[in-house]
Design a binder for this molecule. Structure first.
Ligand SMILES: Cc1cc2nc3c(=O)[nH]c(=O)nc-3n(C[C@H](O)[C@H](O)[C@H](O)COP(=O)(O)OP(=O)(O)OC[C@H]3O[C@@H](n4cnc5c(N)ncnc54)[C@H](O)[C@@H]3O)c2cc1C
Ligand code: SF4
Length: 488
């Protein structure tokens, strides 16, 4: 344990943000991380609990008390070793994880949690700066070939683990760059894409073959999911050419809002809007980018994706940005005795909200209205829970002006044709059916085909995708070799 009395002596320090007026002018990251001495003090706050709830609250089970202590002692090189032992990409989670570990931290019972995420962020950024993050190619090759389909955090983590176990891994991606939603979804101001490019180089140096712009299977006619494929490979071909196939294609089917007027121009899925800005930031020239300049923007959906639409619309120079959430406004402060160590229900205000946004809660859209085929507004009504059901409150009908409506209501399931192409059974929610049990974990009903990440568990978080990618890699390794030394 770092400093025995640290948690009583030192306050939690939050990472800083550059001023709103400055950060709205660009798409770069604006979080100001902890410096070395601040990180040391934050590490000193950790109590090295006998039962570290943080470790259990973290989906990749980061060994948090150990790296907190190492940072306190100034042993940053061992701190990154500990962090990498459970998490392939701490620079992703150190930036965009909602940090369930902090909700679970024992200090969070009656004080401020240890700033675990900010310490993680400081460790990995320093490790890259010092040159401590290097490729770790396998010493022995197994001669087995594995195809990983989908290059989001689940696919990247799985590919890295499998290559380190000595397999010949090919990572297929239908888009023109790897990273999944980290690349085309999450805005650059939350996570710059150079972090993914650096890891892509590391993967290649470890022997992973990356094949972008290759669609495995097919998408339905008129599908709106991102797809910059120039080539198609059939599932049959993949099964023939590889000893195992791991599906990590995410949950890409956006939830729609089929109310009257939905076919008007100016109503788009968030995932039509956000990836275009990612592409422009990467230097691509787009014809007719979907933009919010001077428009009254309504974002429907109160989660991360909606918040990212808010931040992007404000950077475009929207005239106004309003975000709707159908659920009632949660309390500003959680009921800790009731919720700790679990993820609490409370009002979450993101940095994008701070940049300018009107938030409406308990509101439902009944109709889109328009002129000459173009959306001009929407009709809404407020709702409340009655007998466990959301019901409309009479007399609360209202009309909002809108030139651009962004639908950010989550994702219903993976694209069905991809799973059907492999003959993979689906669960009741349309996800790939595969349990996570140790023996036979992540295996689908189809021999040698496995599934992990959002394609299996449904829409989730980057940290869960990394966990599933790592665990599935072990399951594939066991399937191929009869045993596995990979960590679970
Ligand atoms: C806008 C937005 C913001 C988010 N913000 C956060 C956040 O702040 N923090 C957080 O933790 N989580 C966030 N999430 C959720 C997080 O991004 C996902 O849970 C995570 O990326 C899932 O990882 P994955 O690897 O399972 O799938 P994905 O990241 O979806 O990657 C799947 C990849 O597979 C490719 N693919 C699919 N089918 C095929 C095929 N047939 N052939 C070839 N390639 C294929 C896709 O093109 C895609 O690149 C956000 C999601 C969105 C949409
Ligand atoms: S729960 Fe909090 S105080 Fe306890 S070991 Fe984990 S980070 Fe440290």
């Amino acid at each position: 344990m770092g400093k025995v009395t640290g948690f009583m002596e030192f306050e939690r320090i939050e990472e800083g943000y550059k001023p709103v007026a400055e950060r709205l002018k660009h798409y770069k990251e604006f979080v100001v991380g902890l410096d070395e001495s601040q990180a040391k003090v934050q590490g000193a706050r950790c109590m090295d609990c006998g039962t570290p709830f943080c470790n259990n609250g973290c989906p990749v089970n980061n060994i948090i008390p150990d790296f907190n202590d190492l940072v306190y002692r100034g042993d940053w090189q061992n701190a990154i070793e500990v962090l990498h032992s459970t998490n392939n990409f701490p620079e992703f989670t150190g930036r965009i994880c909602p940090a369930p570990c902090e909700a679970a931290c024992t200090l969070n019972v009656n004080d401020d949690a240890v700033g675990i995420k900010s310490i993680e962020h400081a460790i990995i950024d320093r490790a890259w700066a010092e040159g401590w993050v290097q490729p770790r190619p396998a010493k022995h090759k197994t001669g087995k070939k594995v195809a990983v389909v989908g290059s989001g955090p689940a696919g990247m983590a799985a590919a890295q683990q499998l290559a380190r176990a000595g397999h010949d891994v090919t990572l297929f991606e239908k888009n023109d760059r790897i990273g999944g939603l980290l690349r085309y979804g999450i805005p650059d101001f939350k996570m710059e894409k150079s972090h993914i490019d650096r890891r892509a180089k590391q993967l290649e140096a470890e022997g992973v073959t990356i094949r972008t712009s290759v669609l495995v299977g097919k998408l339905p006619e008129g599908s709106k999911v991102t797809n910059w494929a120039k080539e198609t490979i059939s599932p049959e071909q993949l099964k023939k050419d590889f000893d195992a196939v791991l599906l990590t294609g995410g949950s890409e089917q956006s939830r729609d809002l089929p109310v009257p007027g939905r076919d008007l121009d100016g109503i788009h899925f968030a995932m039509e809007f956000l990836p275009q800005q990612n592409k422009v930031n990467a230097g691509d020239k787009l014809k007719g980018q979907l933009r919010a300049d001077g428009k009254h923007v309504i974002v429907i959906g109160g989660g991360d994706t909606g918040s990212d639409c808010v931040g992007t619309s404000n950077r475009h120079g929207a005239a106004s940005v309003t975000q709707f959430e159908v659920m009632p406004q949660p309390p500003e402060v959680e009921n800790r005795p009731l919720t700790w160590p679990y993820w609490p229900l409370k009002l979450r205000t993101s940095s994008s909200h701070d940049e300018g946004c009107t938030r409406e809660f308990a509101i439902s859209t009944k109709e889109f209205v328009g002129e000459k085929g173009k959306v001009t507004g929407l009709k809404t009504v407020h709702v409340e829970f009655k007998d466990g059901k959301l019901v409309e409150i009479p007399g609360t009908e209202k009309e909002y002006k809108a030139d651009l409506v962004l639908l950010a209501m989550g994702f219903v399931n993976p694209v069905a044709t991809i799973l059907d192409g492999f003959g993979v059974d689906k669960d009741a929610r349309g996800n790939a059916k595969a349990s996570t049990e140790f023996t036979g974990g992540y295996a689908t009903n189809v021999t040698k085909v496995f599934a992990a990440g959002d394609i299996r568990r449904g829409q989730s978080l980057v940290v869960w995708a990394i966990r599933e990618g790592r665990q599935a890699a072990r399951a594939v390794d066991e399937f191929l070799m009869g045993f596995s030394d990979l960590p679970r």
